[in-house]
Design a protein around this ligand. Structure first.
Ligand code: ZN
Ligand code: ZN
Length: 281
C-alpha cells in the first residue's frame, strides 16, 4: 500500500526553507517531488504571521495543511511545525518538539511524525553589555545560527525587533541601534526559524526520516501505511521492588486509516530502580 506514495506530487507551505530540508529525504525514499506551495496573500488574508498561532502545535500544523489544500493540486500535502518549551522535570532545559503531518488527499488519511529532543540552542538573555552579547553569539554558534534582538519599551509600548544580521559587525550595529543610551537593556534570542538554525534543521531531518518510516509501515488489519504509536502507557515494573513506575510498559499503536488498535509491550523487561518512587523517592 505504501506503493501509492511512489512518484507522486507533494506540496508544503513554508516561508523558512523547509522544502529544502524535507524534499531530498522524500525524493530519496519515494521519488516524491516536493514543491513549495506559494500562497496568494489576498486569498489567505493574514497568513503572514498576523494570525495568532492556535495554542496547540498539531492544530497549527493542520491549519497549514488546509492552507496548502486551498492553493495546491498536489496529491500529498505536508506541514511542519516546531515548538520549544521548558522540560517538565528540569525547567532550565529546553525541549524542542518537531511535528510533520502528511495528508493524503486520495484517502483523506493523516500521517503524523513527531520528534522530541533536547538538541537545541534555544536561549534568551537580557543585557546592555556588548561583551555579553558576543559571548551569547559564540555560545549559540553565530553566524551559522542567527540571533534576534528585541527592544521592548514598557514605558511607551513600542517594540522593535531586529533579525537577519549576518556578521558580527551587523550584530553589534543592530544592538547599538536599539539602545538610546548604553544602559538600555536589549533582549537577545536565538533565531529558531529553520533557515537560520542548522541545529533545528537537523531535528527536522530526523522527523522527516521518521515520517518515511511511517509511510513504509503497514496496518496489520487493512495494510494501510501510517500505522503508528499514538500513546504510551506507563507502569513498567521496577527491577528491584516490582512496583509499577512512570516508565512506558505498553506502546499503543493505531491505524490512522481504519482505526485498528494494538498494544505492544516494550522490549525492556523492567525499569531502572533510579526511576522508581519506592526505591529512589
Ligand atoms: Zn523499586
Ligand atoms: Zn488499518
Amino acid at each position: 500500500m505504501s506503493g501509492r506514495f511512489y512518484n507522486t506530487s507533494a506540496a508544503i507551505i513554508t516561508k523558512h526553507g523547509k522544502e529544502k530540508i524535507i524534499g531530498p529525504i522524500l525524493w530519496d525514499a519515494f521519488h516524491i517531488h516536493l514543491e513549495l506551495a506559494y500562497y496568494d496573500t489576498d486569498l489567505l488574508g493574514t497568513f503572514s504571521g498576523e494570525i495568532e498561532r492556535p495554542a496547540d502545535q498539531l492544530g497549527t500544523a493542520r491549519l497549514k495543511i488546509q492552507q496548502a489544500a486551498a492553493i495546491s493540486n498536489a496529491n500529498l500535502l505536508l506541514a511542519s511545525e516546531g515548538a520549544f518549551h521548558p522540560h517538565p522535570d528540569t525547567p532550565f532545559l529546553t525541549v524542542n518538539t518537531e511535528l510533520i503531518i502528511l495528508f493524503d488527499r486520495a484517502t483523506e488519511q493523516e500521517i503524523i511524525a513527531k520528534h522530541t529532543t533536547l538538541e537545541t540552542n534555544a536561549a534568551t538573555i537580557s543585557t546592555n553589555d556588548e561583551a555579553t552579547l558576543l559571548d551569547f553569539a559564540k555560545r549559540i554558534q553565530f553566524p551559522t545560527h542567527r540571533i534576534i534582538l528585541i527592544q521592548d519599551n514598557k514605558h511607551n509600548g513600542s517594540k522593535q525587533v531586529l533579525k537577519d544580521m549576518a556578521t558580527e559587525a551587523e550584530l553589534i550595529n543592530a544592538f547599538r541601534s536599539l539602545q538610546k543610551d548604553s544602559k538600555d537593556i536589549v533582549v537577545i534570542e536565538t533565531d529558531l526559524r529553520a533557515m537560520h538554525n542548522p541545529t533545528r534543521q537537523d531535528q527536522i531531518k530526523i522527523t522527516a526520516n521518521k515520517l518515511v518510516q511511517l509511510m513504509r509501515s503497514h496496518c496489520p488489519s487493512c495494510d494501510s501505511p501510517g500505522y503508528q504509536i499514538q500513546n504510551w502507557l506507563p507502569g513498567l515494573p521496577c527491577c528491584w521492588c516490582n512496583t509499577p513506575t512512570k516508565n512506558t510498559q505498553y506502546e499503543q499503536y493505531r491505524c490512522t486509516y481504519c482505526g485498528f488498535e494494538e498494544q505492544k509491550r516494550v522490549s525492556k523487561p523492567c525499569a531502572d530502580p533510579g526511576t522508581c518512587d519506592q526505591c529512589n523517592p
